[in-house]
Ligand binder design. Structure first.
Ligand SMILES: [Zn+2]
Ligand SMILES: [Zn+2]
Length: 278
């Protein structure tokens, strides 16, 4: 394994001087000679945070989109403007219309702003991910994740149309992972497929290798008590060494995980650097 580390460029929280937070996620991955951007946040703070953290977005060899929601793709236009030469990886559904239903029945647009696949192609190579995909040596994408667990769901009222007639199962949702001798390091966007479905799918692609680290959004803010209990039980069974539940995980869910897995959880504010074991 080449050396690797992950830097949080965009996250919902921040603790450092001259860094800014927003509701969103973007992780910078240095993997041997490669530089990869996993999600782009909403785009309001990506460039500034990158500059202050000494991250050169122009060097991004690849930009991975975990799914199409605006808080992961809003910075794509800026990232593409910065990048000298890059390849974008995302499922075709990530470029489709996406809405969330409000409690009063109205809908709000939560899709990718400004860009369609065609516009991406004007700036970069575009790889439409349909299944397990290698981005570069050491980093792979799960592609669409089977929804095998009966206790997990997409985590909200998501639809493909403004009238909220056609549910959006977020088939575009995918995770990235790095295999190391200590176990697999998994990067989640929002885990709309469910964090346990995601980890099981990663294991199915890695000969059952142990999961070492899970970093990213777990979208458990609407999770039922039953789902939380089963998620905790499965994470315990998987014996995950290090958890960085952040972004859309939800405060109560994150607090539960911190209590259930003492010494194994960490926060992930903007500027956090996670060393990947070799
Ligand atoms: Zn999302
Ligand atoms: Zn999100």
């Amino acid at each position: 394994m080449v050396s690797a580390r992950i830097t949080a460029l965009v996250e919902n929280t921040v603790g450092g001087r001259e860094l800014l937070a927003e509701h969103g996620l973007s992780l910078w991955i240095e993997l041997g000679p490669k530089r990869l951007l996993f999600d782009t946040g909403q785009g309001k703070v990506l460039g500034g945070n990158a500059q202050r953290l000494g991250v050169r977005l122009e060097l991004a060899d690849a930009i991975v989109l975990s799914h199409g929601h605006y808080d992961h793709t809003g910075g794509l236009a800026d990232a593409l403007r910065s990048a000298w030469r890059t390849t974008v990886y995302g499922h075709s559904a990530a470029f489709g219309a996406k809405y969330a239903k409000n409690p009063d029945g109205s809908a709000r647009d939560v899709g990718m702003p400004f860009l369609g696949g065609q516009k991406v192609r004007e700036k970069a190579d575009l790889v439409l991910v349909e299944g397990p995909t290698e981005v570069c040596e050491g980093l792979r994408l799960t592609g669409p994740i089977p929804r095998a667990c009966d206790f997990e769901n997409a985590g909200g009222a998501f639809f493909k149309d403004q009238g909220c007639a056609e549910p959006d199962e977020l088939v575009d949702d995918q995770a990235a992972y790095i295999e190391t001798s200590a176990g697999t390091v998994v990067l989640l966007g929002c885990a709309h497929a469910g964090v346990i479905n995601t980890l099981r799918h990663v294991q199915s692609q890695t000969n059952g290798r142990a999961i070492h680290t899970v970093i990213g959004g777990m979208h458990l803010l609407n999770a039922s008590a039953e789902r939380m209990d089963k998620t905790v039980a499965e994470l315990r069974r998987l014996d995950v060494r290090r958890l960085l539940p952040c972004h859309c995980t939800g405060f109560a869910a994150a607090a539960r995980l911190w209590n259930e897995f003492p010494g194994r959880c960490a926060a992930c504010p903007v500027g956090t650097v996670v060393e990947v074991p070799r």
